[in-house]
Ligand binder design. Structure first.
Ligand code: ZN
Length: 330
């Protein structure tokens, strides 16, 4: 669906399509343990978080140079633009690259080659959000923030991703405080697999402005009330939730109930190459499976711009919101 929207929950490494993976592997002399793109696409049919993460980290081996990161981001931006994305706030996982000997500068400057000219090439404005891997140590997160300091003119904020359970937000209190002192915006994954208490912790201890996923808030009515009262945006990823079994089937997704409760919901693609679709595909899927009407879809699009970090460019936000109102559904 080409309804104008912002994408706020998107891991750039999760946009690596099998074709590009093979092209980059050939360019860098990396041998992938798959015969061809067909066999690799088969491997994309995992059914839990750990098997997804294993494949996700395995394929990162093909990303080595600035040009690789630029090509990855360009491919995403082209697909996103074709599905109505007007603004993208893009996550990246530097620790997964630094551990393979690819320096922070290569990752950030490579991504920036695409992001910095994205308005001209794709008509999409962008922000970059650096995520820490929560299954790595708090010390490693702090070292990563330190390594990012020469590149902070490219980076708008920080986030927290990867395996959630057993790695509560409080573990990253110090690095979030340090990032806040540097003027970075703060978000975190919470309440996807982890309990509602992780959402409360992310708000109170990490000072996050948006919660990524946040699905499990629905188990705690008081938390829902707070999220509504404080207008905390949630970046939901419906197709991802089905693939990773956070919900069994899309028709049972709590999105309509969450909107009814007054939560500020947005719809995003998470790791679209792996989870069956980009931002517009997620909109199409919830429209179909959950019977969302045009007013509901428009509300989701409006929310995405309201929840975006466009506070330094309110004119642009106003223009995008006007595009949402003017959009005519087919
Ligand atoms: Zn995510």
């Amino acid at each position: 669906m080409s309804l104008p929207k912002a994408e706020l929950h998107l891991h750039i490494e999760g946009t690596l399509e099998p074709e590009l993976a093979f092209a980059l592997a050939a360019r860098n002399g990396v041998t992938l343990p798959y015969a061809d793109t067909e066999e690799l696409r088969e491997a994309y049919r995992f059914d839990d978080l750990q098997s997804f993460l294993n494949l996700y980290y395995e394929l990162m081996a093909v990303l080595r140079t600035e040009a690789d990161f630029a090509d990855l981001a360009d491919a995403y931006l082209a697909r996103a633009a074709a599905q109505g994305v007007r603004h993208a706030e893009i996550f990246f996982d530097p620790q997964a690259h630094i551990v393979r000997g690819v320096p922070m500068g290569t990752v950030v400057e490579g991504l920036w080659r695409a992001l910095g000219r994205s308005e001209e090439t794709h008509g999409v404005s962008t922000r970059l959000i650096m995520c820490f891997l929560r299954d790595e140590s708090a010390e490693s997160a702090m070292e990563t923030l330190e390594a990012a300091k020469p590149h902070l003119d490219r980076i708008t904020g920080i986030g927290l991703d990867s395996a959630e359970v057993g790695h509560p937000p409080v573990k990253f209190r110090a690095v979030y405080e340090a990032a806040a002192a540097l003027g970075l915006r703060r978000v975190a994954h919470a309440g996807e697999e982890g309990p509602p208490a992780y959402i409360t912790e992310a708000l109170d201890i990490l000072g996050v402005e948006r919660v990524d996923h946040g699905l499990r808030c629905m188990e705690d009515p008081e938390l829902v009330e707070r999220l509504v009262r404080e207008r905390v945006p949630l970046t939901l990823c419906p197709l991802s939730n089905v693939r990773l079994r956070a919900v069994d089937v899309l028709t049972e997704h709590p999105l309509p109930a969450m909107m009814d409760a007054g939560l500020l919901c947005t719809v995003n693609s998470d790791d679209p190459a792996y989870f069956g679709g980009y931002a517009g595909d997620n909109f199409d899927a919830v429209r179909e499976a959950l019977g969302l009407d045009q007013e509901r879809l428009r509300e989701l699009a409006r929310n995405s711009f309201e929840a975006s970090f466009l506070d330094d460019d309110e004119d642009r936000r106003t223009r995008y919101l006007a595009e949402v109102e003017a959009y005519e559904f087919d």
